[in-house]
Design a protein around this ligand. Sequence first.
Ligand SMILES: Cc1cc2nc3c(=O)[nH]c(=O)nc-3n(C[C@H](O)[C@H](O)[C@H](O)COP(=O)(O)OP(=O)(O)OC[C@H]3O[C@@H](n4cnc5c(N)ncnc54)[C@H](O)[C@@H]3O)c2cc1C
Length: 442
Amino acid sequence: MPSLAIIGNGYSAAVCVYHLIKSGFPSQEITVFGKGAFGHGQAYGTLNPDFRLNVRAEIMRIDPDHPDDFPEWAKANLDDPDAHNDAGSFYRRSDFARYMTAKMTALAETHPIHHRDETVSSIAFDGQWMVTSDDGEARFDLLILATGNPPPALRFELDPHLSPFLTTNPWQGDWTGKLDPAADIAIIGGGLTAMDAIASLEAMKHQGSVTIISPKGLLPPPQLDWVETPDLDWPEPQSALALYRFMANAMAKGDWLDRPTQDCFENLRKGVSPAWRGLPKDEKLKLLRHFGWLWQLLRYRASPQTVMSQKRLSTADQLTLIKGRVVSITPSSSDRGTAKPLHLTLSSGDTLAADHAIIATGAGQDPLIKAMGDNKTLRLEAQQLMVDESLRMIDNNGQAYATGFALGPPTVFSRGDVVGATTIAGEAKLIAETITHQIGVR
Ligand SMILES: Cc1cc2nc3c(=O)[nH]c(=O)nc-3n(C[C@H](O)[C@H](O)[C@H](O)COP(=O)(O)OP(=O)(O)OC[C@H]3O[C@@H](n4cnc5c(N)ncnc54)[C@H](O)[C@@H]3O)c2cc1C
């Protein structure tokens, strides 16, 4: 039987293991690489009780054959009255991690895998996959890349002396206990990570000011109790403009706080990935340049609890939202007449002093994928790996590897809207079925 390495140990890796075993792949041939608890990853590996799933429980599905598995587990195992509201049940991300542990532990009792608590620094291919990790080199016949979301990155260098005043990976959520309750906080970025930070600061009754600097000066709307509507008849758009026009015409002309508007958007999401995949690379880049921000804003809506925290902080006059981009963070000098350690400069030339800054700018570049591009194992486009319709990675000559696959966040440029938990589970099922068919165990 062929050996298989999964690089990354988050949700994507866990659902790959689940679907591989369900499809008949021998578990003892699977080795998962990654530090920390299996199945948690950057997304759910937090102990912060104020970080919630941004979708209701029914939308978190690891197996289409058991759509109610997580909501039923949550009802039986969680005591979290604050999870429930008119839009559904939005549980803590740390509790979703507990669910993943429960699933993976039960599976391992009958189907144990190897888990190597190591980071992989490089991968090359010579007919087999050569994986270099903290513990040296190992060879595998099959490989699945599931490295997920690299921590946020800025476009400018940070002075290392500033690190005590900066939170550069806010997802872990362990920064809250280290803050002075009176500190004036700057949050760089205005997406779901910023909203998590607000929820946490509000819950801990933070006394200082909170300033969010976001390029469009907007924050995510709340999730409503949107419902599924019948599929739309999608065209095959060949340009960014054609795709945008189709979506703009199909959208209900309403407020984001009206349910039909969200029904309509969620319906469009069902067909957007196949349409995206049909676009040439330059048209994809055009779409991202002009409308990427709008997509991010509407696609990544926040849990109602998080939006309530934001409202309460605004009502208390603690929250300020600035439209702009931070272009540098430097130490404050005494001649600026401020006792605050951080001096933020915006592209407009405006400045801001803060005691602490939280970097909430979205996922950065994956160092392993960059290394695989540099050593010519992969062809990168827009700094991202490419995959074919079966999720096989594309090599430097533009050919798909027969034995190398990828899924989840690193495949967004190729695949479209494939970062939600349920979509990732569908991609994992596709890889598992392709592999087991290929090696003849089905
Ligand atoms: C903060 C956050 C919250 C989210 N919340 C939701 C939500 O509520 N609902 C939803 O549907 N989706 C959510 N998502 C989307 C999320 O991308 C997916 O749901 C899914 O969890 C992604 O799993 P993953 O394993 O691909 O990535 P990750 O969660 O990023 O995990 C990847 C893992 O691989 C490890 N790794 C990376 N590189 C290497 C390497 N070279 N060697 C070894 N290990 C490596 C990392 O350390 C990490 O543990 C969220 C994403 C983030 C970042």
